[in-house]
Design a protein around this ligand. Sequence first.
Ligand code: AHR
Length: 312
Amino acid sequence: AGLAALLSTAAHADLTGKVIGFSQIGSESGWRAAETSVTKSEAEKRGIDLKFADAQQKQENQIKAIRGFIAQGVDAILVAPVVSTGWDEVLGEAKEANIPVVLLDRGVDASADLYLTGVASDQVKEGAVAGKWLIDTVAGKDCSVVELEGTVGSSPAINRKKGFDDAVGATANIKVIRSQTGDFTRAKGKEVMEGFLKAEGGGKGICAVYAHNDDMAVGAIQAIKDAGLKPGSDILVVSIDGVPDIFSAMVAGEANATVELTPNMAGPAFDALDAYLNGGTAPEKAIITESKLFTQADDPQGEYDRRKGLGY
Ligand code: AHR
């Protein structure tokens, strides 16, 4: 309960006794695990009966779970959509049943009238913040970047790539030379980085790795060390999420920068549902969370301790 209690800033919503279904993607990353635990404790704090379904990375499981929630007649549904397409039909069924749906942390390519709102970061901005950090850091020097992309077809993978490309595309000295999915996991991040290192003559030509999340960056750090290079200096490491492990890598000088993504998407989602279910007020279509950059200069030990203290 500690994490949610400390992260939550809004007054308690009165959703006591409401039944809310939550279709979660799975547990691919440390950030995802934190979001799950915050959602559960936010629900508990507000007296919500949360029905939790883990989709194990499969959209078909999410669709099945949502149909199950509709059949149960839940008061609302939260869904973290694994990919962005293919949602029209099931969201239409929820709408037909008069059940409001709130998207968490990822977007969908579907008509906006099919869901109540979405709570997420500006993912294009996250990529741009990471790109700008690299532009400032290399200060005009040539830099060949390898990119570890998130899950294919997911909104953060699409948008974080775009934001980074838009930012560095404006500079002639920075070039993304290789790009491949690591599926947001530590194991795949390591495996793909090993391939990049091999393909680039052991890594000598690589100046930086941009990972769409911290877990893949942590995997890449291990691969760089195994190849006999120093992550954080021989190869710069920039990623997104702000999980404790990336701050401990920063303390060790092995990671350089991360863009924080709050795991507390449920707090604003429940506030929006409270206003809607109890007051009839429709929220904005997009509730955008902050995207703050942290570097080795921003007290990484303190940031690590703070997150551990919150129960991450
Ligand atoms: O949708 C948010 C992303 O999903 C997080 O950045 C990543 O860690 C997770 O898998």
